[in-house]
Design a protein around this ligand. Sequence first.
Ligand code: SAM
Length: 340
Amino acid sequence: MDVPCVRVAPKHGEAVRSRLADADVVADEFDITVEERWLYIPIRDVEEATDALEGSAAETEGKVIAYDVVDYAAPPRKTQTMPADILGWEPSYERLGETALLEEDDDERAREIARAIADSDLPLETVLNKASKIKGETRVRDWDVLAGEGTTVVHREYGCTFELDLAEVYFSPRLATERHRVAQQVTTGERAFDMFAGVGPFVIPFAKRGAECVGVDVNETAIEYLRINAERNGVEDRVTAICADVRSVAPEYGNWADRIVMNLPHSADEFLESAVTIAGDDCLVHYYDIQHEDDPFGPGERTIREAAEPAYEVSVETRRVVRSYAPHELNVCLDVRLER
Ligand code: SAM
């Protein structure tokens, strides 16, 4: 079976492989292969892989490493025992760093999957099962620890590293592509304000692209991790992390932002007045919402216009479905420009 592979000269193989491994995009279930003059490194995601290799030149003493992404018949790893080999069926789980996340209602089935993951050759040390829905103001959920120790993970996403405790803060790896879409728009020197920053999955990549960032969150632990992650990623000079209700912080940042992120989908509308306060003369707002599939963008657009007009001219630049949230409900993003 053909899988996407990074093709590179063997002498650069280890430098490229370790960079891809740092970004967690090497497809472990296939072997790395040398054929003729080339080394083929199987990858899980083409966009994430090319992103991880951006700037390789800098890390190899100024030499540019030439590589391609090609489809190649990489052999499945025969030596690797997968959870499905142990169970006889394919379990469903998400990966976050070295942790597997399950969503099983049946406790016995969850424990069976956890044992199979722990006994497999996958580099997964911890297995957690969701023990509650996301709840409360801080959007945190409970977890059962089925294998390994604790709920702290280190996750890599598009060249950034995030440390976080899943039992104390909100984090979803499913939004990685969406965050990357927004981060790619950020330019050096712009001022970006994340009103619900969590551990920094928007703020950190924004700051890495040279933005001056403010991240606010009401969850003290999330803000502690935001500071830790700013240091881990070498951007602490460009990140101000504030633990507060963003409504109380908004007046200090009046007319400040070139870009605002509002990722609190069920109740972002309640914070639009603050967003308008923070917005500069020309500001792009990334507004996340959850709405019925019949009119996923209409309610958000109407409330934004109500809050911002006539002080601002409001134009919707993007209407995007991020993912399906529940039957007939969509998680969407509106990119809305406010021009005074
Ligand atoms: N942006 C982060 C991300 O994508 O992972 C976190 C998003 S999470 C859905 C929403 C965050 O908003 C939570 O971390 C929660 O603690 C925070 N929050 C809720 N109400 C808030 C408020 N009034 N002021 C500031 N932060 C708030």
